[in-house]
Write a protein that binds this ligand. Structure first.
Ligand SMILES: Cc1cc2nc3c(=O)[nH]c(=O)nc-3n(C[C@H](O)[C@H](O)[C@H](O)COP(=O)(O)OP(=O)(O)OC[C@H]3O[C@@H](n4cnc5c(N)ncnc54)[C@H](O)[C@@H]3O)c2cc1C
Length: 456
């Protein structure tokens, strides 16, 4: 097996390394940070498990569960506490629960929709009438805002789609591609016309295949457990170098990569870093590929873990947390009560709020000090959640330009990227800029790159 270099030691890159090792192949990982895992980082503070980046993965996409199983971590997988799942949305200064039966922004139960104070009667009526929509073939991609507006109206965009997507992508529904982000809803709209009817019909079919799965899963000790297990599994097969890759050139035998002043030769190359970094690296290999990669926008985000004594709260917080729609937002886009969403994360007597700042608010706040960010987040949390408790600890994590934004036109852009990569023997891309930003998507692409290299 000829030499393999992987650029980027996030979950995409290390998954590729793991599946290469499993197939008997070694590799060299070039990672500019001092640790592997990329945005996956777990810390332990006063007995609490703090996720600096992602906290879980979607159950519906199997690659993360499969990797955890292969690493011997099947027994460590825990579900989200869906029996306690209730998410609030801020509207006019109040926290209003998302109506029961909502599948993302698609209502599937009548009574909770009729009684919710989150949207007006006009929107409720419109949501009910959506059931009568006939299938209408769509041509091309469009924004999520436009798609949801067409089905359920503007208020559903402002108080459902926008806050839900801000909490996941740190992005704006006016920009995000519905074909990339909500492909299933596009299929349902094409097939059934009404999203509500489509979701109900699919659910009835799925109901025949056993009990419902938890929405999210994670690892008991935090997602850092997965990174540690991969590092352990690849240690005999992978050379890990803490260095930034600077340039890639093609050679007769494959590629050469300059990093830290040295050149490394590789027959196969997995570029597993963010697309903006890949763009600079690959511009000299294929100028158009570099340009396309540079066109994938990225948003920044900040997470803050605020740790409280439970005794300082008048009552335990209700539900998983809350979302703040753009129309009501100052800085915080979302907050999760960590100990409610997952077991084993927060010991008895403590409460941890995981606050999320995304998009434009994060970009503006990246250079602020930890102290000022924690103080501002605390003030806002106190006001929104109606508490006066002061945090006993605060941890701040900044993720500049880390979340790829699949904006309108993304499917065509990715198709062109894939075609150009396929024309360069030995080159493989993995990462969150191509076919999904979630951890399972990144693992799937890392595994796919390894599979192609092993297949020769
Ligand atoms: C705050 C936050 C919360 C999230 N929450 C969730 C969640 O709950 N569930 C979920 O499924 N997903 C979540 N995501 C998304 C998901 O975590 C990421 O998309 C995924 O982990 C990205 O993995 P990656 O390996 O592709 O990229 P990264 O983790 O960004 O890793 C890329 C690596 O490449 C390195 N690198 C870049 N350029 C170079 C270079 N030139 N040379 C060497 N190294 C380089 C970087 O240092 C980095 O370590 C979240 C993301 C963030 C930021």
């Amino acid at each position: 097996m000829a030499s393999v270099v992987i650029i980027g030691g996030g979950i995409s890159g290390i998954s590729a390394a793991y599946y290469l090792a499993k197939g008997g192949a070694g590799c060299t990982i070039l990672e500019s940070r001092t640790r592997l895992g990329g945005v996956i980082q777990t810390e332990h503070v006063e007995g609490c498990i703090i996720e600096a980046g992602p906290d879980s993965f979607l159950s519906a996409k199997p690659a993360a569960v499969e990797l955890a199983g292969e690493l011997g971590l099947a027994g460590e997988i825990i579900p989200s506490n869906d029996h306690l799942r209730k998410t609030y949305v801020r509207r006019a200064g109040r926290l209003i629960p998302l109506p029961d039966g909502l599948m993302m922004m698609v209502p599937t139960k009548i009574l909770p929709l009729v009684t919710t104070g989150l949207v007006s009667w006009g929107t409720k009526l419109r949501m009910g009438m959506e059931l009568l929509r006939a299938p209408k073939p769509r041509s091309g991609d469009e924004s999520i805002a436009r798609f949801i507006q067409e089905h359920y109206g503007n208020e559903a965009v402002d108080y459902l789609a926008e806050p839900l997507l801000s909490g996941i992508y740190g992005g704006n529904p006016e920009d995000l591609s519905v074909t990339s982000v909500l492909p299933r809803f596009v299929q349902l709209a094409n097939q059934y016309g009404s999203l509500t009817r489509g979701v109900l019909a699919e659910r009835a079919k799925a109901g025949r295949n056993g009990p419902p799965q938890p929405l999210f899963r994670t690892l008991r000790g935090g997602l850092g457990q997965m990174v540690e297990a991969v590092v352990q599994a690849i240690r005999k097969h992978a050379e890990i170098r803490q260095v930034r890759a600077e340039t890639i050139e093609r050679t007769a035998a494959g590629f050469r990569i300059r990093a830290g002043g040295d050149w490394t030769e590789a027959a196969s190359l997995v570029v597993g870093c963010e697309a903006h970094s890949a763009s600079r690296l690959l511009a000299g290999v294929d100028a158009r590929l570099g340009e396309l990669l540079g066109q994938v926008p990225y948003s920044s985000s900040i997470t803050l873990a605020l740790g409280f004594e439970a005794a300082d709260f008048p009552a335990p917080p209700d539900g998983f947390g809350f979302l703040v729609p753009k129309k009501e937002r100052r800085t915080l886009a979302a907050c999760t009560w960590v100990g409610t969403k997952f077991s084993y994360r927060v010991p008895e007597g403590k409460i941890v709020a995981r606050c999320f700042i995304g998009g434009a608010e994060a970009a503006a706040a990246l250079s602020e000090s930890d102290e000022s960010l924690a103080a501002a987040a605390t003030r806002e949390l106190q006001e929104i959640a109606g508490i006066s408790a002061r945090p006993r600890f605060a941890r701040v994590f900044r993720w500049p330009r880390s979340m790829a934004q699949p904006t309108v036109g993304h499917p065509a852009r990715v198709a062109e990227i894939e075609a150009r990569v396929a024309a360069i023997p030995g080159l493989h891309l993995a990462g969150n800029a191509y076919s999904g930003i979630g951890i399972p998507d990144c693992i799937r692409l890392g595994r796919q790159a390894a599979g192609r290299i092993l297949a020769g």
